[in-house]
Design a protein around this ligand. Structure first.
Ligand code: ATP
Length: 760
């Protein structure tokens, strides 16, 4: 149905701007819409596969045939804004009753990626090696194609297995190991099998144990694990006192604490400086074997980080403590200083198998070079198109230059994709082909379910979330399971709207363990603190969160507490008594109480605007400058404004914020109990996983590719842009049966443009 009734007005979807659909959807949920024909309640269905339409709420009632209605948009203005004058500013008051019209943005229907090559079935010859063990595997249900067989049976010498997405590298690695142990009778203790995560090592062992002739006795003798676990064991064996477990700084808060102490000495604000990002920067330097005295800081941010790096290393030296990165650096130094011990390990290990080689970093690469120097029996498996960890020090040039570093290396390309349907593989191929820095390869799908890859065009982040949840619900009604679905995004902050929509649906869903609520982000929390302060001027907590944005130190809070007693006033008033020794700043503080008090009577959108412009929050974010964080403070402000848009009062919005923040903690707690749930995750975390249906949020410039990569590109560095393209490639290739790429028409309140990666 194209029309519905709200109060006494008729709404015709053909006249509705895309911007208004979300509000209509909410009104439908609230039971405010009815059928113009029969008068029964209707709701707006806002999905991906079908254009928006109204439908009766009660199941089983066929939709009425509503005659074409000639109504115009003027008859319906649910989200228009009323303005009022305050402190000389024209600010929105509420959302209703006004003559002003929003621009009419037509809803854009979903489209499919066209122009992909036709599907042709490639016939696989399953068994290509005369070997009794392969016969057994085949009878066991494990078959390998020609290239997989070659990769599993080329044992001696350096070998690069370029394993494209979904090409079965886990199968290759496990069969290869089993083949070495059985057909080749290689001593398991002489094989080192390195994986990217502990989980991958465990899964590989389990898979191995399911193969013929593999016993726990045999499999447990293999040296398997992550780089960290394997090399830490070596250190523990040789220098047990130095690497005592109790000296390990296991938790991020321990490491951050040291940086904060050091930061205080150089005048960095405890609440405001991005210590988590600084820790990441230090890790990046360490993994690239760059020590403090070798680094030339490029900008103010790097100068601060470098200073913290120095203090951090000094602290560890004095206390004898160490962190995870030190395990690899420690082993590297240990081997360099003890060539005799290194020689023993070179003798002990004959074979090296390394998974996810595209994400190896310098120190890991050097360690493998050291150990394999005698035999050069290094088999590395990876996909240069899936290298996505440069920000952590991973360097795809190691996989790109493997043949140079290991002369005479055999290269085998695995190009059959066993995971995804043809249209997904073909679209991903066309997208990644534009990268310059790669081993050329074209993946071939093994099947075609006929589903095209879809682009859908929500008006904004809110509609995007609604459309996805609707699509999932529709597919679940048709028989899909919640765990068939994954929603992938570039950065955590992008998941705010979809989280909120799922949290108010009855769908089970899971998020990552370390995902924080959007509302707990530094900038967001600080901005919200003004709203809290205006509602609860007697509470000290929000004051602590606004201080840095007023360029005041945390110690000011104590003075303010004293003032509340001396002057018998609340915390808002106490701001006027703060002494800073800067007349200009004191004048500004004196003007604040009136403004802060006025916030609570405004709509949240209006209040945020006042905080940003009048209180000077935007200036603070600007002055705070680039702190190496790819998610900029100004982006947080804009995201917060989008989140606030649909609320009518500050208390209502704050209640929502608190509810959603609590929900994030609750969902994380519940995750372990959910075995069948929709997965919300960053693209980075989705690597190696597969789902029946995948939705990719925000496939628009600025998001994917991320702004920082576009900026680097403008400055002449194309590598970050290539990595962003690889990220999208990873996201697309997680899908087995259905891939849906969201291209919102606006993002962060501004017109958005489709990702440049999707121009085929
Ligand atoms: N020869 C084969 N015949 C049939 N199915 C296969 C074959 N090889 C692998 N598969 C299946 O293909 C799917 C993808 O395999 P796998 O997850 O190992 O790919 P991958 O190379 O690790 O992918 P990615 O790097 O994209 O994460 C799995 O479901 C696996 O069981």
């Amino acid at each position: 149905m194209q029309a519905a009734k709200i109060k006494n007005e008729i709404i015709n979807l053909t006249n509705i701007s895309a911007e208004q659909l979300q509000e209509l959807y909410v009104q439908g949920k609230r039971g405010e819409l009815s059928c113009p024909s029969c008068g029964l309640p209707v709701k707006l269905l806002l999905g991906i596969s079908h254009p928006p339409h109204f439908s009766h709420v009660s199941p089983g009632i066929a939709d009425c045939s509503v005659p074409a209605l000639d109504v115009t948009i003027e008859q319906y203005n649910p989200i228009l804004i009323d303005y009022k004058e305050e402190n000389g500013f024209k600010i929105p008051k509420s959302r209703t009753i006004t003559k002003e019209q929003p621009a009419h943005v037509p809803f854009k229907r979903s489209t499919s990626i066209t122009g992909n090559p036709e599907f042709t079935k490639v016939k696989q010859s399953p068994l290509l090696i005369e070997d009794p063990y392969f016969d057994k595997l085949y009878n066991h249900g494990v078959s390998l194609d020609k290239e997989q067989t070659a990769a599993a049976t080329t044992i001696d010498g350096p070998l690069l297995v370029l394993s494209g997405a979904g090409s079965g590298k886990t199968r290759v690695l496990t069969v290869r190991t089993a083949y070495m142990l059985t057909a080749k009778n290689i001593n398991p203790k002489s094989i080192m099998l390195v994986t990217f995560t502990a989980k991958a090592a465990k899964e590989m062992k389990e898979r191995l144990l399911s193969y013929p002739e593999m016993t726990p006795m045999l499999v447990n003798q293999l040296v398997t694990g992550t780089f960290h676990s394997i090399f830490y064991k070596i250190l523990l064996f040789h220098e047990p006192d130095k690497w005592r477990r109790d000296l390990l700084m296991k938790w991020e808060w321990e490491r951050t604490r040291i940086l904060k102490i050091a930061g205080k000495e150089i005048g960095l604000d405890e609440k405001d400086f991005a210590y988590d990002q600084a820790l990441q920067q230090i890790g990046l330097w360490k993994n690239s074997l760059l020590f403090p005295n070798e680094i030339k800081a490029k900008d103010e941010w790097e100068t601060s980080c470098l200073s913290l790096y120095k203090s951090y290393e000094e602290y560890k030296l004095q206390t004898g403590s160490y962190d995870f990165d030190d395990m690899l650096i420690g082993c590297y130094s240990f081997f360099r200083n003890n060539p005799d011990v290194l020689a023993k390990y070179q003798k002990r290990f004959d074979y090296f198998l390394i998974d996810e080689f595209q994400d190896i970093n310098k120190v890991q690469y050097e360690l493998i070079q050291f150990l394999s120097a005698r035999t050069k029996n290094v088999c590395v498996v990876g996909d240069d198109d899936q290298a996505i960890y440069a920000f952590r020090g991973s360097d795809p040039s190691f996989i790109l230059h493997f043949e140079r570093d290991f002369p005479g290396a055999t290269v085998i390309k695995l190009t059959e994709n066993y995971r995804s349907s043809h249209e997904i593989v073909a679209s991903a191929n066309r997208m990644i082909k534009k990268n310059q820095n790669r081993h050329p390869k074209t993946m071939k799908a093994q099947y075609n379910n006929g589903n095209p890859t879809l682009f859908f065009y929500p008006y904004d982040e809110e509609t995007e979330a609604t459309m996805i949840v609707h699509d999932i619900q529709e597919r679940i009604t048709e028989g899909a399971n919640p765990s068939d679905f994954a929603i992938l995004y570039r950065t955590h902050a992008m998941s705010r709207a979809i989280f909120e929509r799922l949290a108010t649906s009855n769908l089970p869903f899971i998020i990552e363990k370390d995902a924080d609520s959007f509302y707990e982000r530094r900038i967001v929390k600080s901005m919200l603190a003004y709203l809290r302060l205006s509602s609860h001027p007697e509470e000290a907590n929000p004051v602590g969160d606004v201080l840095s944005s007023l360029f005041l130190k945390q110690s000011v809070l104590q003075d303010m507490k004293a003032q509340t007693i001396l002057q018998d006033c609340d915390f808002i008033e106490a701001l006027a008594f703060v002494k800073t020794a800067h007349p200009f700043q004191e004048r500004k503080l004196k003007s604040l109480p009136k403004i802060i008090r006025s916030l609570k009577g405004m709509t949240p959108a209006a209040a945020l605007l006042v905080i940003e412009k009048e209180i000077g929050f935007a200036d603070f974010v600007k002055k705070r400058g680039n702190e190496g964080n790819i998610e900029k403070g100004s982006d947080d402000i804009r995201d917060l404004k989008v989140a606030a848009k649909r609320f009518h009062s500050v208390p209502e919005f704050l209640e929502h914020v608190d509810h959603m923040t609590a929900m994030v903690h609750e969902v994380k707690q519940l995750a372990k109990h959910f075995h069948d749930a929709v997965q919300l995750t960053t693209i980075h975390r989705s690597k190696g996983l597969e789902y029946k249906y995948v939705y990719v949020l925000g496939a628009v410039d600025g998001s994917l590719p991320h702004d920082f990569a576009l900026e680097s590109h403008r400055q002449g560095d194309t590598e970050p842009l290539e990595e962003e393209r690889r990220l999208l490639y990873v996201a697309m290739t997680r899908a087995k049966d259905g891939l849906f790429l969201s291209i919102p028409q606006t993002r962060r309140g501004k017109t958005a443009y489709p990702s440049r990666f999707l121009r085929f």
